[in-house]
Write a protein that binds this ligand. Structure first.
Ligand SMILES: CC(C)(COP(=O)(O)OP(=O)(O)OC[C@H]1O[C@@H](n2cnc3c(N)ncnc32)[C@H](O)[C@@H]1OP(=O)(O)O)[C@@H](O)C(=O)NCCC(=O)NCCS
Length: 167
């Protein structure tokens, strides 16, 4: 539902449905745009993407605009949504809660670009390390590649980050 109307998920995932978001998007990679979620419409797009994410990992919980900050990333040329990043900010700093790239766009460096931008522009506004909520093996590799942690055998050791349990 949006307002008083029922709306199809496909329509929500058409970037033309939310041109305001597209206008606010910033370039974060050669072909990648990132836009912060602010409006009810933005969070509805996020919710539909989270339904896709739940097919990968049922632990994905729906974001709550009161509690979570979020940004959507898009393909600049083809104007389609590629994924999202969700985090919280509090006294202890920023904690990365969820990261998702749609299946067809994986291993192209999009999540790495988005995380680097997030660290520089959001996490680094706080002193000290940032948190990562229960990273899975792919997320651990990604953060290892970016130098946020190191993997030693079965252990992940935070360098620029620490690990937090699910909320
Ligand atoms: C994890 C995820 C966000 C990565 O997105 P992505 O856009 O494909 O990531 P990138 O292309 O930026 O990958 C950067 C690096 O991360 C690591 N990485 C990413 N996916 C990986 C995988 N499936 N297995 C191992 N390493 C992986 C690699 O080191 C990769 O660099 P490389 O391709 O040069 O080897 C994506 O696979 C996803 O959405 N998965 C389902 C949801 C999920 O598991 N989210 C993380 C926990 S919340």
């Amino acid at each position: 539902m949006h307002g008083k109307r029922f709306i199809q998920p496909n329509q929500v995932l058409d970037v033309r449905w939310n041109l305001g978001l597209l206008r606010r998007a910033k370039r974060v990679g050669p072909s990648l745009l990132l836009a912060l979620c602010g409006s009810e419409k933005d969070y509805l797009v996020l919710r539909v993407l989270q339904v896709l994410a739940k097919q990968d990992d049922v632990r994905f919980k729906f974001a709550n605009p009161e509690e979570h900050r979020a940004a959507l990333f898009l393909d600049k040329a083809r104007k389609r949504y590629l994924g999202f990043i969700i985090w919280t900010e509090g006294k202890g700093g920023a904690v990365l809660r969820q990261l998702f790239t749609v299946k067809e766009a994986r291993r192209k460096g999009h999540a790495a670009n988005v995380v680097e931008f997030w660290v520089e522009n959001h996490a680094n506004r706080f002193k000290g390390k940032f948190g990562i909520e229960e990273p899975n093996p792919s997320a651990l590799r990604l953060h290892a590649k970016l130098g946020h942690l190191t993997i030693e055998g079965p252990d992940a050791i935070g360098l620029k980050c620490y690990f937090v349990r699910s909320m």
